[in-house]
Design a protein around this ligand. Sequence first.
Ligand SMILES: Nc1ncnc2c1ncn2[C@@H]1O[C@H](COP(=O)(O)OP(=O)(O)OP(=O)(O)O)[C@@H](O)[C@H]1O
Ligand SMILES: [Mg+2]
Length: 327
Amino acid sequence: MPTIIDVSVLHKHYKHIKALDGLSLTVEEGEILGVLGPNGAGKTTLIKCLLTLISPTSGSIRVAGIDAARSSDKVRQVCGYVPQEVSVDGELTGYENLLLYSKLYFIPRSEREKRIEDILDYMELTPRAHDLAKTYSGGMMRRLELAQAMVNRPRILFLDEPTLGLDPAAKRMVWKHILQLRQEFGTTVFLTTHDMAEADALCDRIAMISKGKIAAFNTVAYLKDSVGGDIISLVTANGSPAGLLTTLGFTPLGPQDNSYELVHRDGEKSIPSILEALSAGGTKVESVSLKKPTLDDVFLKYAGARLDQEQTWDESWRLRRAVRKRH
Ligand SMILES: Nc1ncnc2c1ncn2[C@@H]1O[C@H](COP(=O)(O)OP(=O)(O)OP(=O)(O)O)[C@@H](O)[C@H]1O
Ligand SMILES: [Mg+2]
């Protein structure tokens, strides 16, 4: 697959804040790339630089072979964008929002009606096309935003947290449409998300960003495998088994409140022998659990922090969306 986005040593500094700090990555044509990272990692800044909405402090960007610093208008012509903030006008109908976008993209008058009709149909919005957008559910609004971004038939679609605040059913519907767009039109999708299930469901590769830098970049399967295996959590009732666990060949993480985390390729099978050895050494185990590595564990391994900060942001986003809908 040819490279469609090529970012090299990108810096974006705001006074003392290094929003992007020497970030490099490439995206292949037709892939769905997920960018994961905690709040403030630099995800939106990266998208805005790629779309030429802001200028980087230094570094180079090529989008579809075009130098973004020289020809921002050409870059924008091949890109569609669904921003993190709400981008539909609630006082217009779905149809009117799309008409506005088709004019902004200079779609010829003779083609507009057909394009709008097709994309409304594609996003399953036709029955509500002439209702005001502020009366749409969150999922329908997000689908209208996808329709807006697709009306120009872009080669690359940038989605900044496309399902934030949606319920599980609405999320799955948006996922279905994203996968369909790639399958039917070969659209390259560059999305940011905090939702690890979303990254699992959609993305061919994941770029993990921490403090404006790439912490890890590979396929979901490779990244999970790189954690080293299953994670066994033990809670002990007495004594510290750390020495014993080390002699068994583990490097236990912890202790935290008498709990230890061990990584093992074959977790299920190793638990009985671990428990036996601990018992023989006089350690009483209160509980034991096993989990398969998640992208959160991957982020912990490479960036030394947890990704999971979704709750509060989710809530504030829902509130903002509700306020926008009312006005
Ligand atoms: N216009 C700006 N002026 C000053 N600082 C900014 C500006 N835009 C972004 N930043 C800072 O740059 C850093 C990266 O912000 P960015 O919005 O790219 O993060 P993000 O990864 O998208 O976070 P989130 O998950 O919360 O959306 C943050 O520290 C942010 O405060
Ligand atoms: Mg953001």
